[in-house]
Design a protein around this ligand. Structure first.
Ligand SMILES: Cc1cc2nc3c(=O)[nH]c(=O)nc-3n(C[C@H](O)[C@H](O)[C@H](O)COP(=O)(O)OP(=O)(O)OC[C@H]3O[C@@H](n4cnc5c(N)ncnc54)[C@H](O)[C@@H]3O)c2cc1C
Length: 441
């Protein structure tokens, strides 16, 4: 049984379908037949990019899905000059040829979720039940194993029980398992949390094809002194989504005129000019995101058999780094690996493997947030040293396409950050920064 049929639940179900005879997903929402937004996934109205690490998993797990998106008109980024990527105040080099064979596909969020859901529905051992809310867990008489779920159908009827060999909680960042565990007499996991108080405001726009030249995506990250940013994403030929973000005290407005004004100091002038001529397709909508939260289930001494926690319920990342769905793919890999070793002590082995797989993403998101003086929180020496190094690296990467490619591989979760700390890379960073120094007078 998988609770929640959003990206996390769908990815978990796909991993389970190789091993279990029958996998049932329940979601309390009405799941749409077409690519519509839905109430249970309000973030679907905002820019959603899947990083190459997630794309790679989709390619391997759902052959033909990404090609189908492209055939349906979804925009695909393959070359460096199709992307304007400016994290931390540095516009990274757009020159050279991309060596990475994984392109960036840009379906919108409902399209991505709908495409994966349709593939899962086609598998003979998967059932998806919508309008069905999970209300609690059922424990074995000795209290050591979860043996099922209590659910309530939204179309009426009393609470009913469904037996299961394994229950996966993928109900999102609310993290129902923490409460359910307490009901069953277990300790709650330790929570790592960084308060960031981010607000997203987004709207869809129609623009003439080619209005931004070769560009298919413009990402301008926040930087010290300007804790605001923008993602301008081409979904289809003439369809774009603009998402503006701001950290606490610098939130974007939803009034259409003020929304445009807010974008002005963030976007490059030529992009802003094109934006002003674009035709709005809807009103700006907002989403508040208070804190990144990671629940350390791998550290609990006691945990019932027959239960896993997955997706945002396990770890919810600051969305501006676009990691959440790819982290769910990394967790799905962890689940596949854990199941390959059998079902004995599955929760302990899954939580440990998943914790290792998402560690880099978590540390990178935390480190980047703490490079902004506007984000409150302790900054131990290693964080300050690494942030200083990443600042130099991005400075050098402005004119060094090889460095840019290495940085992008790490931020896309394809390569470990250690590739940025080799003597050769450090040498390029030093040379790149020395070259930028103004000549001595
Ligand atoms: C504003 C914003 C922008 C984002 N941008 C990106 C991005 O660019 N790239 C990226 O990779 N990630 C992004 N993310 C993160 C991404 O949306 C999540 O990581 C992803 O949706 C995986 O989440 P999930 O399936 O675990 O949970 P969710 O997507 O939150 O889904 C939870 C599901 O559980 C269901 N549910 C809840 N309670 C119950 C219950 N009791 N019973 C049954 N069903 C229930 C809900 O209806 C829903 O379908 C963004 C997040 C936000 C907030």
């Amino acid at each position: 049984m998988v609770l929640g049929a959003s990206i996390g639940g769908l990815f978990a179900a796909r991993a389970l379908s190789d091993t279990f005879d029958r996998v049932t997903l329940v979601d309390r929402d009405t799941l749409p037949e077409t690519d519509e937004n839905r109430k249970g996934v309000p973030q679907g109205r905002h820019a959603h990019a899947i990083l190459p690490a997630g794309t790679k998993w989709l390619q391997e797990t759902f052959p033909g899905l990404l090609e189908q998106f492209e055939a349906d008109g979804v925009s695909v980024v393959r070359e460096p000059d199709e992307m304007h990527f400016a994290p931390g105040g540095h516009l990274l080099s757009q020159k050279g040829r991309r060596r990475d064979p994984i392109p960036t596909y840009q379906p919108n969020r409902p399209q991505l979720e709908g495409g994966v859901r349709a593939r899962l529905r086609a598998l003979p051992n998967i059932e998806i039940i919508d309008r069905c809310e999970a209300s609690g867990l059922i424990n074995s008489p000795d209290g050591r194993r979860v043996v099922g779920v209590r659910v309530v159908d939204r179309d009426g009827g009393a609470e009913r029980e469904i037996a299961a060999d394994l229950v996966v909680d993928a109900t999102g960042r609310g993290g129902r398992t923490t409460r359910w565990l307490a009901d069953l007499g277990y300790d709650q996991p330790q929570e790592d949390r960084l308060a960031i108080d981010i607000k997203y405001v987004s709207r869809n726009l129609k623009m003439a094809p080619g209005a931004l030249g070769s560009k298919k995506v413009v990402i301008v990250g926040a930087c010290p002194g300007r804790p605001t940013g923008a993602t301008f994403l081409q979904h289809g030929d003439d369809h774009w989504m603009l998402t503006l973000i701001g950290y606490g005290g610098h939130h974007p407005p939803t009034d259409p005129g003020e929304f445009l004004e807010f974008a002005k100091p963030i976007l490059p002038p030529d992009v802003f000019e094109v934006l002003c001529a674009a035709e709005p397709l809807d009103d700006p909508v907002a989403h508040r995101y208070p804190a990144s939260v990671r629940r350390r289930y791998e550290r609990l001494e006691r945990f019932p058999d027959g239960l896993l926690v997955f997706g945002d319920a396990l770890c919810s990342f600051n969305p501006v780094y676009g990691q959440g769905m790819s982290a769910a793919a990394l967790q799905a890999e962890a689940l596949q690996d854990a199941l390959a070793q059998g079902r004995d002590q599955l929760p302990r082995r899954f939580f440990k493997t998943a914790a290792r797989r998402i560690e880099v993403a978590w540390q990178m998101a935390l480190g980047s947030d703490l490079s902004l003086p506007e984000v409150p929180g302790p900054r131990p020496l290693p964080v300050r040293v690494l942030n200083a190094y990443f600042g130099w690296l991005m400075t050098a990467a402005e004119h060094d396409s090889a460095l840019t490619q290495e940085f992008v591989k790490v931020s896309s979760l394809l390569s470990p950050p250690t590739i940025l700390l080799t003597p050769a890379t450090i040498g390029r960073v030093v040379v790149g920064n020395l070259r930028r120094r103004p000549p001595a007078r």
